[in-house]
Design a protein around this ligand. Structure first.
Ligand SMILES: [Zn+2]
Length: 410
């Protein structure tokens, strides 16, 4: 609706320009560009009520969809929350006296079951972690957990551990000897899936991220190898057993994983990153993080995701990040459609004929974004060469001037 109004307004504006001035008139042309840009920005704005509710619940503890007047469709909301790995936000519908009344009892039961299951799973995996640690120590192996030490819960349904490729086979043998079933079919390229007789699952990785289908270039895979190797090296001094990455390495893994494993979809990882950005000032050494990002050449990708987090959850960017944020990274992060992040088919089914058309468009956008952002690719060098910063200072003045001239002429 909003988009239609804006579109109509824009069309009227465009017609006015055509009537009032010659198309070859530079002033008119600039105004036309301005209007087209307005249209693009407006198209990017997501109007989905469910997306608004999810973001509202994640960003503001006082938020209530019943008060805000957002239309609540619990089925869509439930699916989106689970798929985005933010099911914890559904607790609101069990505790809020207003929303509680609006939901069918069956849904309340379903939400309560989902939350209970997740809590039990967390406790169970915590216990499992103690046994896993013993196996690692006993066999003089090193493993890095995909977690930040201060994270309260183990999210997901399994424990993810990064081990070096050199120790990979030895680690599998050690777990096999302890009664774990090993599943490697279809996973040889990156991981082994270990299942304990009591039902707990462990994923051993020698690459910390890898999507479950094709889509990464050789360059990306090499990058993932580099990051995995450097992260393991950084933890080498912590001795045998399991260890947590430093917060800076955790952020690198989380953000690179968001790119190369999640293909920039899902609110869960973004919410974790935003939560870390909102920690007390000294929690993350941002300069150190950027130096690490430079060492694996993913500075722009890191800055892009941090800007995206700040935009989605309305949190301020850390000052050290803000100081080095290039204009084109900022622009692209603000152009990313919120709906593309929140509403997506499960990644495993992207190649299903039903989603193929949409997936192709997603891949194309993903590829273009990588091309523009990567610091060693020619397109980025080109942008630097044209000095976009100067254009940013120059453009608003030019637009203001153009609008004034048009008004005067009328
Ligand atoms: Zn409520």
């Amino acid at each position: 609706m909003i988009y239609q109004i804006v579109e109509t307004t824009c069309l009227i504006r465009i017609k006015c320009i055509f009537l009032c001035s010659n198309i070859r008139n530079t002033v008119g042309m600039f105004f036309l560009i301005y209007v087209v840009l307005l249209c693009i920005v407006e198209t990017m704005k997501n109007s989905s009520q469910s997306v608004e509710i999810i973001i509202g619940l994640l960003t503001n503890k006082q938020y209530c969809p019943s008060v805000s007047g957002n239309h609540l469709t619990i089925k869509t909301l439930y699916t989106l929350a689970v798929r985005n790995k933010v099911a914890f936000l559904l607790r609101h519908f069990l505790t809020c006296p207003l929303c509680h009344k609006t939901i069918h009892p069956n849904w309340k039961t379903k939400i309560a079951q989902t939350l209970k299951l997740s809590t039990f799973r967390n406790l169970y995996l915590r216990q499992e972690l103690i046994d896993v640690e013993k196996i690692f120590k006993q066999h003089r192996l090193r493993g890095v957990l995909f977690k930040w030490q201060n994270q309260n819960s183990i999210s997901g349904s399994d424990i993810d551990i990064l081990v070096s490729q050199k120790d990979f086979a030895r680690t599998i043998t050690a777990f096999h000897a302890k009664g774990y079933r090993v599943e490697t079919a279809g996973r040889e390229h990156k991981e082994a899936h270990l299942i304990h007789p009591r039902g707990t699952h462990i994923d051993l990785h020698f690459l910390f991220a890898y999507p479950h289908f094709r889509g990464l270039t050789d360059y990306d895979k090499d990058l993932l190898k580099q990051i995995s190797h450097k992260c393991l090296e950084a933890n080498r001094s912590s001795g045998f057993g399991l260890s947590y990455p430093t917060i800076e390495w955790f952020m690198i893994m989380k953000i690179a994983g968001y790119w190369f494993n999640d293909l920039l979809t899902g609110l869960g990882p973004l919410h974790t990153i935003a939560a870390i950005c909102s920690q007390p000032q000294n929690t993350v050494d941002w300069k150190k993080l950027l130096t690490l990002a430079d060492s694996v050449a993913i500075r722009q990708e890191i800055l892009f995701v941090l800007t995206l987090c700040s935009r989605v959850f309305s949190t301020p960017l850390p000052l050290d990040v803000k100081a080095v944020l290039p204009l084109h990274v900022q622009f692209l992060a603000h152009r990313q459609k919120l709906a593309d992040i929140v509403v997506f088919p499960p990644i495993q089914s992207w190649y299903h004929s039903r989603y193929l058309h949409e997936s192709k468009a997603r891949f194309l956008r993903f590829l273009l974004l990588k091309l523009v952002l990567h610091q060693h690719l020619p397109l980025s060098l080109l942008i630097e060469k044209f000095q976009l910063k100067k254009i940013r200072l120059w453009l608003p003045v030019l637009l203001k001037d153009s609008i004034q001239k048009i008004t005067q002429r009328r």
